[in-house]
Design a protein around this ligand. Structure first.
Ligand code: G3P
Ligand code: MG
Length: 246
C-alpha cells in the first residue's frame, strides 16, 4: 500500500466542518476521503486532544491555553458552533475517539504532533505511544511534526510508526541530514515552495513527499503529475474524484 493516497483531508474535512473534530471526520468519510490529517496536542492532564492553536478561543466557546486545562475542563466547551450552528455542541475530540472512527471507516491517519510550547518531548512520546496502541493490526498512521524534538521523542517511544518531517518555507540544504537523524520516511512541504525539481530531488533520495495545503485544482493536478505522493487539502468538495486516481 502506498504511504499516501493522492488526496488527504486537512484537519479532517478542511473548511466544510469544524476542524479537528469527529464531525469533520464524518464529513470526510461521506466524501470518500481515504486519509485525514489532524493536529494533536496534550491537555494539562496529558490526554491527546485534537487542536491546532495553543489557545482554544478561535475554535471553541472557551478561551485559554489547552495545556492549562484538563480534559474534563476542555469538555465543557463547544468546539463546533464557531463554524456553524449545524455543528453546535460538538465536543473536543480525543485521539481515542478519532482512532475508533477512522479505523471503523477504513480512513488512514496523518497525526500531526502539534505540541504546546515547552511540551514537545512529552507530546511526541505520549502521542506516539498512544497511536501505537490504538492502531494495532491496522495500517499505521503517519506521524508528522514541525517539532524535531517531538519527532525524536516519537521515534524513541514508537520507532515502528512512520514519521514525516514538516517544513515551512523553501527546502534547506540540510533537510536530508535532519530527516535521517529522525528516521523520517517523508517530507511534508509547503506547496508554495515545491517545484518539479524539488519533488525529483526528494524522491530520488528515497523519501516520499506530501504538499500542504493545496486547494486549487490546477495546482493539485500539476503537483501529482510531477510525482508528489499526496496533497493536503481543504477543498475535499472541489477537487474532482478523478484526481484520486492519477
Ligand atoms: O500537516 C500539514 C499542515 O496541517 C501543517 O500546517 O498549520 O495547518 O497544521 P497547519
Ligand atoms: Mg496540521
Amino acid at each position: 500500500m502506498r504511504l499516501y493516497p493522492n488526496i488527504i483531508g486537512h484537519r479532517g474535512a478542511g473548511r466544510l466542518a469544524p476542524e479537528n473534530t469527529l464531525a469533520a471526520m464524518r464529513v470526510a468519510a461521506r466524501y470518500g476521503i481515504e486519509m485525514v490529517e489532524y493536529d494533536v496536542a496534550l491537555s494539562r492532564d496529558g490526554i491527546p486532544i485534537l487542536l491546532h492553536d495553543q489557545n482554544i478561543a478561535r475554535t471553541s466557546t472557551g478561551s485559554g491555553n489547552a495545556d492549562d486545562m484538563t480534559l474534563a475542563e476542555l469538555a465543557r466547551f463547544d468546539f463546533g458552533s464557531w463554524h456553524s450552528s449545524e455543528y453546535a455542541g460538538e465536543p473536543i475530540a480525543t485521539l481515542y475517539s478519532i482512532a475508533a472512527f477512522t479505523r471503523q471507516n477504513n480512513i488512514r491517519s496523518n497525526i500531526e504532533i502539534k505540541p504546546q510550547p515547552g511540551r514537545e518531548a512529552l507530546t511526541g512520546k505520549v502521542v506516539a505511544s498512544t497511536a501505537a496502541l490504538l492502531w494495532q493490526n491496522a495500517p499505521s498512521p503517519v506521524l508528522s511534526s514541525f517539532s524535531e524534538i517531538a519527532l525524536e521523542a516519537a521515534m524513541a517511544s514508537a520507532p515502528e510508526l512512520p514519521r514525516a518531517l514538516l517544513l515551512e518555507g523553501p527546502l534547506n540544504p540540510d533537510w536530508q541530514e535532519r530527516a535521517d537523524t529522525l528516521g523520517c520516511v517523508a517530507l511534508h512541504l509547503q506547496q508554495e515552495h515545491i517545484d518539479r525539481a524539488t519533488i525529483k530531488v526528494v524522491r530520488d533520495k528515497g523519501y516520499r513527499i506530501a504538499a500542504w495545503t493545496v486547494n486549487d485544482v490546477a495546482r493539485a493536478r500539476e503537483l501529482l503529475r510531477w510525482g508528489c505522493d499526496g496533497l493536503f487539502t481543504d477543498a475535499i468538495h472541489a477537487l474532482p474524484p478523478a484526481l484520486r486516481l492519477l
